[in-house]
Design a protein around this ligand. Structure first.
Ligand SMILES: Cc1ncc(COP(=O)(O)O)c(C=O)c1O
Length: 387
């Protein structure tokens, strides 16, 4: 039984649906790509906004301390990390904050470390801000677990390396970095004066027994943490996130760049939605995690009898499908998913060279939609024609 009802988004401007023709050359694909959920945003958020709209003026408003406090309490409860109000500031988007932080903590042509595969804007923000990419390959160990390698990383960096972009938990490979891994990485960066920009937008979407560790808990003086309710509560359309910088020194540097882009304090309806989600969204969130975990396991059960390799992610609602055993090159693989399976997934190659042979499937949908999608895939693998 589905905990969450199917919601038809096809008549909205949802990117996932509207861009199908452009990306896949057809509308006839089930869209399982961009990382938002086909699950309704929590009722408490929608109600709070409706209530606010009873007041007839929607002007400039500041983000209240009470909204920040709601996020602070959420993090204390769910991540054992107690943030101070003054560490936090508003940002319209995590990606915008990445760009801002790159400019704040490095100069033109300095080097920025990015792990491959990773969320594509990590690469583009480095390039577009005229910095040099240092691409560190994440390798799978003998158990198939993706890991970074600090010895190898040491051979890739120079005195021009100023920033490391960390995705924690990691999109697309679904890793929750362990305390040991994170501590070693933090120490390594500290020794070299490299600032860690830690994108933790997926930090709430973690499956037991894994536990997310806030990077700033390990190394507060050297970390910029990017947080937000966008993924957790399916609120990407609210354009609201926060930047957490415990160090006064780093905060001052970041503030210079923040002023340059003049993104201000954001929109009142976003502030309202943000606070309602963190204050009242807990019950909804627990149901969500149970549902996503079930979906992740269902993929495992369904694909285990196919050549596609998949391991339940430790976090995120993104399944990283290893399709290399199908013996197709990346062009053939994309074509197979669109033309044969009629599924719109994110091609692995868009996450970097190491994504070759992989596809990323967004499983934040109802159980019924997921079952349909996997049936399409199984049918295509068996050579059945789908209409
Ligand atoms: C790791 C990661 N960071 C950032 C974002 C986007 O965040 P925002 O919409 O706040 O820029 C995404 C969206 O998929 C993501 O996966």
């Amino acid at each position: 039984m589905d905990e969450f009802a199917f919601v038809d988004r096809s008549k909205t401007n949802a990117e996932k649906y509207v861009l199908r023709q452009k990306l896949f050359g057809t509308e006839e694909v089930m869209p399982l790509w961009v990382a938002d959920m086909d699950i309704a945003t929590p009722e408490c958020v929608l109600e709070a906004i409706t209530k606010r709209l009873a007041h007839p003026i929607v002007g400039y408003e500041i983000m209240s301390d009470s909204a920040y406090e709601a996020q602070i309490e959420w993090f204390a409860t769910h991540h054992d990390f107690v943030m101070k109000r003054e560490w936090l500031s508003y940002s319209p988007s995590v990606v915008a904050s990445i760009g801002c932080a790159i400019r704040a903590f490095s100069d033109a042509e300095d080097e920025v470390i990015v792990m491959d595969p990773v969320y594509p804007p990590f690469y583009s923000q480095v390039r577009e801000n005229n910095r040099t990419l240092v691409i560190h390959t994440l390798n799978q160990d003998e158990e198939g677990i993706y890991r970074f390698d600090l010895d190898r990383l040491s051979t890739q960096t120079s005195e021009k390396t100023k920033v490391l972009l960390l995705c924690s938990p990691h999109n697309p490979v679904g890793r929750v970095w362990s305390y040991e891994e994170l501590s070693a990485l933090c120490r390594w960066c500290e020794e070299r004066g490299i600032v860690i920009i830690s994108d933790e937008i997926h930090c709430d979407l973690v499956y037991a027994p894994h536990k997310h560790i806030s990077t700033a808990r390990i190394i507060p003086e050297n970390t910029v943490m990017l947080l937000g309710p966008g993924k957790t509560f399916n609120m990407a359309g609210f354009s609201i996130s926060t930047v957490c910088i415990p160090s006064q020194l780093l905060r001052d540097k970041f503030e210079i760049e923040r002023k340059r882009v003049h993104w201000g304090d954001g929109a009142v309806l976003s502030h309202i939605g943000f606070e309602a989600a963190y204050r009242e969204g807990r019950g909804w969130y627990y149901k969500l995690i149970a549902h996503l975990s079930q979906n992740a396991e269902y993929i495992d059960k369904t694909l285990s009898s196919t050549p596609i390799q998949y391991a339940k992610p430790e976090a995120t609602y993104l399944a990283w499908l290893d399709c290399r055993a199908l013996g197709m090159d990346d062009r053939e693989l994309r074509k197979f998913f669109v033309k044969e399976a009629r599924l719109g997934l994110s091609p692995g190659l868009s996450f970097g060279k190491e994504g070759s042979g992989f596809m990323r499937l967004n499983f934040a949908v109802t159980s019924q939609t997921l079952t349909e999608a996997l049936e399409k895939l199984r049918g295509a693998l068996q050579g059945d024609a789908y209409v």
